[in-house]
Write a protein that binds this ligand. Structure first.
Ligand code: AMP
Ligand code: ZN
Length: 667
């Protein structure tokens, strides 16, 4: 290849890759496959190596990170980066609205338009683009002087380095926020835990730490994202803007990622109700919000209002209650679960987190306690998100005063007093008849996604076990009305309802039955995989580790657990008894449903290209989306699924295999 040819091809590839980055990250609508993208990227990397004279700091290849720095240069901001005034209550926001009108000399019943935007909990960054190319990215610093973090910001995948449009503005001064998605934050902390590195307290700290890395290759590994929200200055451009909402639209037209939660609100009341709407959605969003921002939409009003030394008079941040707090660990207790495993639980000095008083947090395993170095008496960061169990994120070690005590797993089960044995990373009660284990197994067995026996409350289960009426789950099917009515707080009506529910539960699906057995590591999804692969109990009982490992989505831990479950005589006896009481399986594929109007997302590698399935689903009236949300109907999982799987599990989305999708289409 001649130099001329190389130059031409390099330029071509850069342009294409910039465009495909934009399709993928900004529009969330890729038009080529990952493999095609990778091939172009590889070709470009090779050419750039061979022809270093065509170096370009904004080449798409810099997304993996360039050479490390010794320190960050200072950058003086052309326009100061101000902070925002805060408000927490509706009254404060109404008062802000009144103040704005007073200042502008408008009557109190005038309606002001506000651009209402999520307040992202990340790190704000100033970006300068000259002739469509990113030239400087800097942190806010003290508002007047920040640090030059351009080479790190260049690694952020969804940020365009070269604008994907003809005739870009000559000069652009922008502001946005660098963020870490919650999943990515978790992944990074898990990795740091393994490597014995200090943990980040929250995504914001992690994002800030990632931007301030001297080695951009490290930053690149963090999968940061960026969202833009201000055009601070624009020169040499054909289009005029006179409102914040127009600025946001223009940012999008220029190829920048903006939030899809921005909303133009007509008046302060609309803004307040939008805040409530966003607050309710908060936990389902992939990243953290700490509130909303109200910005007076009209630029002429903004100009009249001006700034104080600290913040603009035309904007206010309306904060959500925090989801994190620090508190003290008073004690660590041990909880015995369904599989007999002892889980340490931190008993906390009660603390209000986002309106909910939290007094306990699971510490998961002894390993985790050791790695996080958690001691009784420690001050810790505790986090709560929606209905997720509160979690101890990290210890504030600076606050240790010598009174902290190490926690030790008990030698004997706190429920039945049997010896506790170590089992891999876990500690468990050695008594297979431990009453707590049985109670938890029953709770699981009757739960909605398992045998779905309605009305079986914890109090009833406790009594049935304590009185020795139910000795294993199959005994549930021996219960009669009189026995139930002899229990505390069970009247005739309830007893009758329970009997009906028990009897109705006998017709189930193979997958639900497998799930109900409560085999360790076999959740709802794995149960489906097992049902699909083995078809009936006889096959499943005989399943070998090798056969199990052949299933996508089944690893060592699951395979071992399944084999060991079916090798225990007691379990086999229970299953036989269950079948003898009339439990039978209905063919799930007979209950085919139409997919018209249902939404689908794919993750992992499927047996055919995604395009194929996409067309198939659309042909049947389904809708294919790119990202998981609470409203999604189905996530179709292939080999090596990505983070979408976890997201879908958390959001309670139906998770199906490729085969299940095909079965649905046949109907
Ligand atoms: P504070 O740090 O509480 O003074 O709030 C000001 C900061 O909010 C800014 O520096 C930005 O980093 C951040 N911020 C997050 N989202 C937005 C947004 N949509 N508009 C303006 N600022 C935002
Ligand atoms: Zn026990």
């Amino acid at each position: 290849m001649t130099k001329e040819e190389a130059k031409k091809r390099i330029n071509e590839l850069r342009k294409l890759l910039h465009y495909h980055n934009y399709r993928y990250y900004v529009l969330d609508d890729p038009v080529i496959s990952d493999a095609e993208y990778d091939a172009m990227m590889e070709e470009l990397k090779k050419l750039e190596k061979e022809f270093p004279e065509f170096y370009d700091p904004n080449s798409p290849t810099v997304k993996v990170g360039g050479e490390p720095l010794n320190r960050f240069e200072k950058v003086e901001h052309k326009i100061p980066m101000l902070s925002l005034e805060d408000g927490f209550s509706d009254e404060e926001i109404v008062e802000f609205d009144r103040r704005v009108k007073r200042f502008l000399g408008l009557s109190p019943d005038e309606i002001i338009d506000y651009s209402v935007e999520p307040k992202f909990d990340g790190l704000s960054i100033n970006l300068i683009y000259e002739n469509g190319k990113l030239t400087t990215a800097s942190t806010r610093g003290d508002g007047l002087v920040g640090e030059n973090v351009t080479q790190n910001i260049r690694t952020i995948r969804n940020l365009p380095l070269v604008l994907p449009i003809e005739n870009p503005p000559e000069y652009l001064d922008l502001q946005g926020e660098v963020l870490l998605e919650k999943d990515e934050f978790k992944r990074i902390n898990e990795e740091r835990l393994k490597e014995g590195l200090p943990l980040f307290a929250n995504p914001r700290n992690a994002a800030a730490g990632s931007v301030r890395q001297l080695d951009p290759k490290e930053t690149a590994k963090r999968n940061l994202i960026m969202i833009l929200y201000y055009i601070r200055d624009i020169k040499g451009f054909s289009k005029e803007i006179s409102r914040q909402s127009e600025a946001l639209n223009l940012l999008k037209e220029l190829g920048f990622p903006i939030s899809d939660l921005n909303r133009l609100c007509h008046g302060v009341d609309e803004a307040i109700s939008y805040k409530k709407e966003l607050e309710a959605k908060r936990d389902t969003l992939p990243y953290e919000l700490d509130g909303i921002v109200l910005k007076v939409d009209r630029f002429d009003y903004q100009k009249q209002l001006g700034n104080t030394t600290k913040s603009p008079r035309w904007a206010i941040a309306f904060k959500f209650p925090a989801q994190q707090a620090t508190t003290k660990i008073k004690d660590i207790e041990v909880n015995v679960g369904r599989t007999g495993i002892l889980t340490p639980v931190a008993i906390l000095e009660p603390v209000n987190i986002g309106g909910v008083v939290v007094s306990r947090a699971s510490l998961h395993t002894m390993d985790e306690i050791e790695k996080k170095d958690i001691m009784i008496g420690d001050t810790v960061f505790v986090q709560r998100a929606g209905d997720v169990i509160p979690e101890v994120v990290k210890v504030v070690k600076d606050l240790r005063d010598g009174t902290q005590k190490k926690f030790k797993m008990p030698d004997f089960c706190p429920i039945c007093g049997s010896k506790v044995v170590k089992d891999g990373a876990y500690y468990r009660c050695s008594n297979i008849n431990c009453p707590k284990v049985l109670k938890e197994s029953i709770k699981h067995f009757v739960s909605r996604k398992a045998m779905n026996i309605d009305g079986f409350g914890d109090k009833i289960i406790e009594q049935l076990v304590d009185k020795g009426i139910v000795k294993d789950v199959s005994d549930i099917y021996k219960l009669d009305k009189e026995t139930l009515m002899n229990l505390d707080r069970v009247g005739e009506k309830l007893a009758e309802n329970l009997i009906t529910a028990i009897s109705r539960s006998k017709g189930t699906t193979f997958a639900k039955f497998i799930y109900a057995l409560g085999i360790r590591h076999v959740g709802e999804f794995v149960a489906k995989l097992l049902a699909e692969r083995f078809k009936n109990l006889e096959n499943l009982k005989k399943a070998t580790k090798e056969q199990l490992l052949e299933i996508n989505g089944v690893g060592e831990e699951i395979a071992d657990s399944v084999v060991s479950f079916f090798s225990e005589k007691k379990n086999l006896e229970t299953i036989d008894k269950l079948l003898s009481y009339g439990i039978h399986f209905e063919d799930e594929t007979k209950k085919k449903s139409s997919i018209a109007g249902k939404s689908f997302v794919f993750t992992g590698t499927l047996s055919k290209p995604r395009e194929y399935f996409k067309e198939l689903v659309e042909k049947h009236g389904g809708i294919v989306r790119n990202s998981v949300s609470k409203n999604l109907d189905y996530l179709v999982v292939g080999e090596n699924p990505g983070s979408k799987l976890q997201k879908a599990q958390k959001a309670g989305v139906n998770i199906i295999t490729e085969q299940e999708l095909l079965d649905m289409l046949e109907g």
